[in-house]
Design a binder for this molecule. Structure first.
Ligand SMILES: [Zn+2]
Length: 454
């Protein structure tokens, strides 16, 4: 027998009986991983416990998973921490992040957000976008994200500067974070000569075509014509599409119905993501189910964005109302539509909070969208479903040979995770990152330190 397995820290639970490490590998201490994030084909692993978790010991070597072993439950393993593979955020806005302090939207309405966004975008510079994007990606990285899709305001004066800055960041972060970029413009823009020129450049940069589809909807057929023109353009250039659809309360599901109908009749050869899909949640049950089934058959996928939706939508005369438009996540999943969750806005006129922290999004979504993380469909919208939606090379399921990438949480159960924000340690390619700065003592509180206890 060779030496006992090597733990990363003395404080971790004892790793149990000594085991031989695969050549060139080391063992991590036991971890509680969701069965949904472990290779379903792996024999020798039990089904998840009541929390959907399996206690495993992972061998790592050369930055990859070299061994996966189940650890029988026992008292010495009770403190094994919860761990996930690094989450993915399929919907952010790096170009406007952190602009709230200069362009606040204290009315907290969609109209006021749009107006403040416009004023801010009119003076946006490449350096600002570079700083905002770098700060956002640095946070995302330390919090454990491994991929983000950012929409980019692409029709105004700041478009050129924003793309330059974000393409530079895409290069700078290559190999650590996969950054996808979506050109966000009014749908009609894609039918113009300037739209065609932008689409060619976006395609050349490997980006996606995006846009906003209602509300409001025009009475004429122009929305349908412009949407069809966008889909045809995207197919011609081989670009995926990601739309802001039905982000409101009016005309429930109208944009999704229009898009689905078009694809049913005309087909579409590129992946199409529907971001928001909020007002669909206000449809009566039967039409909601029928639309979800048609969306599944049309191959559409959905990114639900509860934070910004709950902040901006459903205001009625200053009252908190029961009508809180949000994509019907679980119904869509049951119909077979892939659903992921995104953080959307971070400290910008659309939402004053947020910090590119996927664990905080999971903690928020659990009560807000009734996504129980011990259910496979409650967890995958942040992990493997989000990775597949973005077309990432790794779906975030731990297999022999997959990246040795983990987010280890200072919580031993889902209940503990929901009870308080956990500290975390992020493993990337077998190396531990420095903890997020949010875990450091807050300098502003230093003058208020308590005296030492007697
Ligand atoms: Zn958005």
């Amino acid at each position: 027998m060779t030496e006992p397995p090597v733990g990363e820290k003395g404080a971790w639970p004892a790793p149990g009986p000594a085991r031989e490490s695969p050549p060139g590998s080391r063992w991590l201490p036991p971890l509680r991983l969701p069965r949904a994030l472990l290779d379903p084909a792996l024999t020798g692993l039990p089904a998840g416990d009541g929390e959907g978790l399996v206690t495993v010991r992972l061998g790592i070597g050369a930055g990859r998973i070299s061994a996966i072993e189940a650890v029988p439950a026992g008292p010495e393993l009770a403190a094994a921490p919860l761990a996930l593979t690094p989450p993915v955020d399929p919907h952010v806005h790096l170009d406007k992040a952190f602009s709230w302090s200069a362009f606040p939207n204290r009315a907290a309405t969609m109209a006021a957000a749009l107006a403040a966004n416009g004023r801010e975008a009119d003076q946006r510079t490449a350096n600002q976008v570079l700083e905002r994007g770098e700060a956002g990606l640095e946070r995302a990285w330390r919090y454990g994200l491994r991929g983000l899709r950012s929409h980019v305001d692409s029709a105004g004066p700041a478009a050129e500067a924003s793309w330059q800055a974000l393409l530079e960041l895409q290069q700078r972060w290559q190999g650590r974070l996969e950054l996808q970029l979506v050109a966000l413009v009014p749908i009609a823009f894609w039918s113009s000569p300037a739209g065609l020129e932008l689409a060619r450049r976006v395609a050349g940069a490997g980006g996606l075509l995006g846009g906003v589809l209602g509300p409001p909807f025009r009475r004429s057929a122009s929305d349908r014509d412009h949407l069809l023109a966008l889909l045809r353009l995207a197919e011609r250039l081989g670009c995926a599409v990601d739309l802001h659809v039905d982000e409101g309360s009016a005309a429930p599901g109208a944009g999704l119905a229009l898009l689905t109908g078009l694809i049913e009749r005309q087909g579409c050869g590129v992946p199409v993501t529907c971001s928001h899909a909020s007002s669909m949640g206000l449809l009566p049950l039967e039409p909601r189910i029928r639309l979800a089934e048609r969306m599944a058959a049309a191959g559409l996928q959905v990114v639900a964005l509860p934070t910004t939706n709950f902040w901006l939508l459903g205001h009625q005369d200053g009252l908190t109302t029961p009508e809180r438009p949000l994509a019907p996540i679980r119904l869509l999943q049951q119909a077979g539509v892939p659903v992921a969750l995104g953080g959307d806005n971070v400290q910008d006129p659309w939402y004053p909070g947020g910090d590119f922290d996927p664990i905080e999004l999971l903690r928020f979504a659990a009560p807000a969208a009734q996504l129980a993380p011990w259910r496979r469909l409650g967890l995958v919208p942040f992990t493997s479903a989000a990775a597949r939606l973005m077309g990432l090379a790794w779906d975030g399921v731990v297999r022999l040979g997959s990246p040795a990438d983990l987010v280890v949480l200072g919580a031993g159960s889902w209940s503990e995770l929901l009870a308080r924000p956990p500290q975390r340690r992020v493993l990337r390619a077998g190396e531990w990152l420095q903890p997020p700065t949010a875990e450091a003592p807050q300098p502003g509180l230093a003058p208020f330190a308590a005296r030492a206890d007697p």
